[in-house]
Each structure stands twice: as C-alpha cells, then as structure tokens.
Design a protein around this ligand. Structure first.
Ligand code: GDD
Ligand code: MN
Length: 379
C-alpha cells in the first residue's frame, strides 16, 4: 500500500460514489486504499458499504456510534487504522479535488518534508468555493490570527486551516493530539515541529448537501488555539492565581488571630510557595518529573527562585513608581506579568530540565520553550 486516503464524513451520502470514482481514477498508478470515518445520522454508512463492494480500490468504513472529537477525532481514528504510513486527509464533499492527490504524493516523494499542505492561499490556489463573503473573511482572519500565534511552527504554511493535506504518520505522535472539531492540520503542526511543504489547489464548490461549519465550530477553534498556545501556561497561571487567594486567606486568618502583619505575610508567602510547588509538580509538569533532577533539587530551585523574585520585584516596583513615574497600579501589573513569564520560563527550562542534554544553543532553548507551552495542559 502506497497511500491511505482518509475521508471524514457526516451525512454525505450523495457524494460518496462520485468521490470514490474520482479518487480511484486519479490514483490508478499507485496502490491506494480509502477509509471513511463516519459519524452520520443518515444512510451514508450503507452507501459506503455498497460503493465499497464494487470499487476498484479497497474501501473501508469506520462508523462511530459515539463520535469523539468531531471531524478532527474522525481523522485521528483514520490515521490509527491506516494500512499505509503515508496518509492523505480530504473532505467528502469534493471541495478538495481528488485529481490533486498525485501532486501531494509526488511532492512528498521529494523526501524533504513530513507534511504536504494543499493550500488555497499560495501560487495558483483559490478559495472561491467558500460560501459567501462572511466565510471568506472568517477564513482569512483566522488564518492571520493563527499564523501570528505560531510564527515559528507555521512559517512555511500559508493555509493552516485547510482540510486537505498529506501526512507521514511516522513523524507525528498520535498520543499527544487532542483534536476537537475542524482544525486537525493546525493540531498536527502546532504540537510538534514538522517539515512542511505546500502545493496550491483550488477549493471547489460542494457537490451535494450542506456545510457542517457552524458558530459552534468557531468556538471550538478558538478554544483549540488557546489550549495549543497556552495549554501548560494557563494551568500554571491558574495555580498561581489559586496561590494568591491562599496567600490572602492566610494573612487574614493569622492577623485575625493576633499575629503581626509582617510575620503573617512571611508565613503566608512561604506556605503559598510550597503549596504552588506541590500543585505544579502534580498538574503542570507531571510528565516531565521522571527525566528531571530529584525532588529536593527541584524544590530547592523553585523555592529559591520564588523567594528571589519576591525580594527583587518590590525594589523594581519602587524604582518604576518613584523614578520613572509609572502609576502604582500599572507598575504592579507590569512587574507581576513579567514575574509570571519569568517564573514559567524558569520552571520549564531549569527546574524541570531533563538531566542530560541541557539546551546548549539559543535556538534549542527557544524550541524547548515553544514545545512546552504548546503541550496539552489538562487540569
Ligand atoms: N466524521 C465526521 N464527524 N465528519 C465530519 C464531521 C463530524 O463531526 N463534521 C464534518 N465532517 C465532514 C464532512 O462530512 C465533510 O466531509 C468534511 O468533514 C468537511 O465538512 P464541511 O461541512 O464540508 O466543511 P466546510 O467545507 O465548511 O469546511 C472545510 O473546508 C475548510 C476550508 O478548507 C473543512 O475541511 C474545514 O476544516 C476547512 O477549514
Ligand atoms: Mn465542505
């Protein structure tokens, strides 16, 4: 098998036969199989079975009774069951012309890339098949936003929103993917550094049926962006915020019990630092603990950093207010934001650094940080 074509379908019964016919014709000079991963509520699965029985290439069907992850989850399921490591993902409504599959495959065979993207926004490509000015605007705007948030990972990709691409399954870690909804290519490209090549293609009109794009998919896309970009960082921030509340509660309780406020503040700060460390060990950096240095060494670094930060931040705050004439509120906000970023970077890159092979060059440090920030951060 040279190539597996994965087609996610949701109520596409009128398009299946034509799609299989055109894929078969377009890929006659290599060994191809087609996998439909179907979540339909109509008769699409029956149509796929009927078409499969007389098709010129192997056609397999996975009908999911309890669909997870929508379109993206379907593609992931298809990648898991593919016979070939080289997989083409395309929509089932013929908006992605099967005649472009050989160009994707030939580009892949040049052997300098892990993913080949069929782009509407490069060379001769076009997005004319998008229904209406609103869809076109949304597509353009979300592409710009996404590229701005992942300037390194997406530097060679002009169309991270496309649903038409080839991927070499051996180069991706399926376990790290958390697809939700339409943007499966973005999920692949943002989670790991991949070598991306592109071909241009013209996004065609839908053959039959209706688009499943919706406002809900738009919300999925935004939460996906946030999870990809700030996944670990947002869990880290949440624990930090919890620590701040704990800090205030301890000061309140101790001063209420008659303890002097300076002493109360010190006890509260140190308790919070220890509490935050324990929570971050468990929820943010859990999977990195094994490769990092020992628990006491990690705790020592974290404890030292947080104490130093508290000591340094106050004089800097004073300097900003007294000498540079920032307002106290603005200065506090800026120092807290910088301290937060510094704390995150220090923990990611130093406290939980793998024992061997510490990032030597600046580029490797940046890559490591990029990888951590994008890692799934579940709480
Ligand atoms: N299995 C499964 N489960 N398939 C789904 C689901 C689902 O929940 N939702 C949609 N699909 C299938 C559709 O049946 C179709 O084959 C394909 O995914 C794309 O869905 P469309 O409804 O045709 O989406 P679109 O044309 O509005 O958007 C497409 O093009 C955009 C621009 O290239 C998608 O590919 C988008 O991801 C892409 O950004
Ligand atoms: Mn479509």
């Amino acid at each position: 098998m040279d190539l597996t074509v994965i087609v996610p379908t949701y109520n596409e019964s009128l398009n299946v036969a034509e799609l299989v016919r055109r894929i078969t014709a377009a890929t006659s000079h290599f060994q191809t199989e087609i996998i439909f991963v179907d979540d339909s509520s109509d008769d699409t699965p029956d149509v796929v079975r009927r078409v499969a029985s007389s098709a010129g290439v192997p056609v397999r069907l996975l009908h999911r009774e309890t669909p997870v992850g929508g379109l993206g989850g379907a593609v992931l399921a298809g990648l898991r069951m593919a016979q070939s490591d080289v997989c083409v993902v395309m929509d089932g409504d013929l908006q992605h012309p099967p005649e472009d599959i050989p160009r994707l495959y030939e580009r892949y065979l040049s052997d300098d890339c892990d993913v080949v993207v069929a782009s509407r926004y490069t060379g001769q490509g076009s997005a004319d098949g998008l229904a209406g000015a609103v869809r076109t605007f949304v597509s353009r705007a979300s592409t710009l936003l996404t590229k701005a948030m992942f300037p390194l990972r997406l530097r060679n990709c002009s169309d991270p929103m496309t649903g038409f691409f080839l991927v070499d399954r051996r180069r991706i870690d399926l376990e790290t993917l958390r697809p939700r909804g339409f943007k499966i290519l973005l999920e692949l490209l943002a989670r790991q550094p991949l070598r991306v090549a592109e071909i241009s293609f013209a996004f065609a009109d839908r053959l039959a049926g209706d688009s499943k794009a919706s406002f809900r998919q738009g919300i999925f896309f935004l939460t996906q962006l946030a999870a990809l970009r700030f996944g670990k960082m947002s869990a880290f921030a949440l624990i930090g915020a919890f620590g701040a509340l704990l800090n205030i509660a301890i000061v309140w309780a101790l001063t209420g019990a008659g303890v002097g406020y300076i002493f109360a503040a010190i006890i509260a700060a140190e308790t919070t630092i220890v509490g935050n460390f324990l929570l971050q060990e468990r929820f943010v950096f859990g999977e990195m603990r094994d490769q990092a240095s020992g628990a006491w060494s990690r705790f020592g670094k974290s404890f030292a950093f947080n104490n130093a930060e508290a000591v340094i931040r106050i004089p800097i705050l004073a300097l900003m207010v007294e000498t540079w004439h920032f307002s106290a509120v603005v200065a506090t906000a800026i120092t807290l934001a910088v301290a937060f970023l510094a704390r995150f970077m220090f923990h990611s890159l130093v406290v939980y650094a793998p024992k061997d092979g510490r990032a030597a060059t600046r580029q490797r440090t940046l890559d490591a940080l990029d990888a951590q920030v994008a890692r799934p951060g579940e709480l």
